[in-house]
Design a protein around this ligand. Structure first.
Ligand code: RIB
Length: 339
């Protein structure tokens, strides 16, 4: 029996407008459509991993309200163990106001609500579940003291710990040192390194990834259509180009990526292979609207990855057999890294 992926994180209802442009401060724009989607970075990662057919348990808080019931029911319907998802006594469920433009780019305002009530004392009640984890995933939409608690517990029990440092903020170096996989996007990389966005580019990302890797064991910088950069504990330093897709809505593509990465690592892939798999999960998510609604099934990811392989030649049978026996060298691995 596989040890589960345990996600401790946020659960939100997303209120989403889709239109041509995201409004600038002080501006009113007309949207084309409005939707409510199930979201929250934690819950999105849990759903994405579950759709890849991996056992997942979620730890989180919703409000004692209709949104909360609906969000919890949604997670249950995905086959996720939600026994550690509870209703906060005095806060409403977390919500996110999201604007998506015609290029699939978004801007998000999160009101955490009940997510702010997921405290270390709640996590303590989940100790057996946390200790049973194959990997623990979290983000920064729950209190930082809870992220600290999870990182300490993971280190103590030698459980890999994946931190998506989103939304962007600085975090203590002591916490960073307990992270096994750190997966910032560009904005988050800037916040963690204390630099201005103008200083981060594909040309400089290696420097900043390496700086972060001085703390976290493995750093994977997600750069959307510019791909990704990996600085790993084993010395691997490697850019990954992006898969070409037509983005409809990039919301939660980074969450899809993290879930894909966790599932791939749990299935024994090495880091470059896992990043490629994760990038495919993220890329597919960006081709569909919504957060949890956009997460692909495992078979879709496999099919997408096959479609990215070079076309077969006439003697493909023999070559295919050889390729399977000798997977392509690392430098040929392609990946997309949604942010
Ligand atoms: O990463 C996307 C998510 O961020 C949305 O689903 C929203 O709820 C916010 O948490």
């Amino acid at each position: 029996m596989n040890r589960p992926i345990v996600v401790a994180g946020s659960i939100n209802l997303d209120l989403v407008s889709i239109g041509k442009r995201i409004p600038a401060p002080g501006e009113t724009v007309k949207g084309d459509t409005f939707h409510t989607f199930h979201g929250g970075k934690g819950a999105n990662q849990a759903v994405a991993a579950a759709r890849l057919q991996y056992p997942v348990s979620m730890i989180g808080k919703v409000g004692a309200d209709d949104f909360g019931k609906r969000l919890q029911q949604g997670l249950r319907a995905e086959g996720i163990n939600v026994r550690a998802v509870s209703a906060a006594a005095s806060s409403a469920s977390g919500v996110a106001m999201i604007s998506v433009d015609a290029k699939g780019q978004n801007s998000i305002t999160v009101v955490p609500g009940a997510n702010n009530e997921l405290l270390p004392r709640d996590l303590e009640k989940c100790l057996p579940l946390l200790r049973s984890a194959g990997i623990i995933l979290t983000q920064l939409e729950i209190p930082l003291e809870s992220v600290e608690y999870l990182s300490t517990l993971a280190q103590r029990h030698k459980i890999p710990f994946m931190l998506d440092p989103a939304p962007a903020r600085s975090i203590p170096r002591t916490l960073l040192r307990r992270v096994t996989y750190l997966t910032p996007n560009e904005t988050e990389t800037c916040a963690l390194c204390g630099i201005s966005p103008a200083d981060l580019s594909p040309a400089t990302v290696a420097r900043y990834a390496q700086f972060l890797q001085g703390g976290a064991a493995n750093v994977i910088v997600k750069m959307g259509r510019l791909g990704a950069y990996v600085a790993a504990a084993d010395g691997l330093r490697m850019p990954f180009p992006a898969f070409r897709i037509k983005a409809v809505d990039s919301t939660a593509a980074g969450d899809a990526f993290n879930a894909g990465l966790a599932v791939a690592l749990m299935r024994g892939m090495d880091l470059p292979q896992a990043v490629r798999f994760a990038a495919a999960v993220g890329a597919l998510s960006a081709t569909r609207p919504g957060a949890q609604s956009s997460m692909p099934q495992g078979c879709e990811v496999e099919q997408f990855l096959r479609s990215q392989e070079p076309p077969r030649s006439r003697d493909s049978g023999a070559k295919r057999a050889l390729r399977t026996a000798n997977p392509p060298p690392r430098s040929r691995h392609e990946a997309a890294m949604p942010n």
